[in-house]
Ligand binder design. Structure first.
Ligand code: PEP
Length: 251
């Protein structure tokens, strides 16, 4: 039986209004015809448009970050409460670009996961090691601590509602992809940590791979046992490439 994959685009800080309008129309059309689950995380300014164009389609949509506070003197920030009015489903939390450039920590990731869940959103919690950590053989320790701290205080029901994304930092936007065996090895390890903590099964956990996923490597990576889909940056910007990944069919 074909595996139902989650294929979620992260637009990052890309696209003008003129570009994203037809793009979202295509996302709706492709999502309605695909056997896999399709999602897209847009810049905040396009959330209203995503709501108009995707809310009657099968596509899931959301954003790439949020503040954990409900309101207040936080100039330039967007609160979880504001996202409610736009049918938001997905919120990427702890993307490595935010951890590295905007000082997100495991503690803030944990807090945001809790808040996102309390609003009924699906956090897409990102984790992954740096190249130095991998070269020093510390990738498993790093992943363990990111997972343990990120889900601290959550229940089994909470983690079953989440999406996790293993994104080795050295593979994001670099063109270097983890091999399918490397991705499977870490994802199986990370699922094992969560499964053991809550007494649940690996199959109860949704975990994606992200990092230079593209049409040429999608089938190999996505066919691995514990990999439930992909978080896609660069390749989601070209609809033809995104579409080709979305139509991946693996057992
Ligand atoms: C990402 O930023 O989540 C990502 C996976 O990017 P890319 O596909 O460009 O490596």
């Amino acid at each position: 039986m074909a595996k139902k994959l989650y294929l979620i685009g992260n637009l990052k800080m890309n696209m003008t209004r003129q570009e994203i309008e037809p793009y979202l129309d295509s996302v709706a059309e492709v999502a309605n015809n695909a056997n896999n689950v399709v999602g897209v995380c847009v810049p905040f300014v396009y959330l209203c448009m995503a709501n108009k164009k995707l809310s009657n389609s099968k596509a899931l949509y959301g954003v790439q970050n949020m503040n954990s506070k409900e309101s207040g003197a936080y100039t330039g920030e967007i609160s979880p409460k504001m996202l409610q009015d736009f049918g938001t489903k997905l919120v990427i939390i702890g993307h490595s670009e935010r951890r590295q450039m905007y000082n997100e920590t495991d503690a803030s990731v944990n807090e945001k996961n809790k808040v996102a869940l309390s609003y009924g959103y699906t956090p897409i919690m990102c984790f992954g090691e740096t190249i130095d950590e991998r070269e020093q053989g510390r990738e498993f320790d790093r992943v363990r601590s990111q997972i343990e701290l990120g889900i601290d205080g959550l229940t089994a029901e909470d983690v079953k509602r989440m999406i996790f994304a293993y994104e080795p930092i050295w593979a994001i936007g670099t063109g270097k992809t983890a091999t399918s065996d490397q991705a499977q090895e870490i994802i199986s390890f990370a699922k094992g940590i969560i499964a053991e903590k809550y007494g649940i099964k690996n199959e109860d956990i949704v975990m994606l791979y992200g990092g230079s996923l593209k049409p040429s490597n999608a089938t190999d990576i996505l066919s691995k046992k514990d990999i439930d889909g992909g978080l896609i940056g660069g390749a989601c910007l070209k609809m033809e490439d995104f579409k080709s990944i979305i139509y991946t069919n693996v057992e």
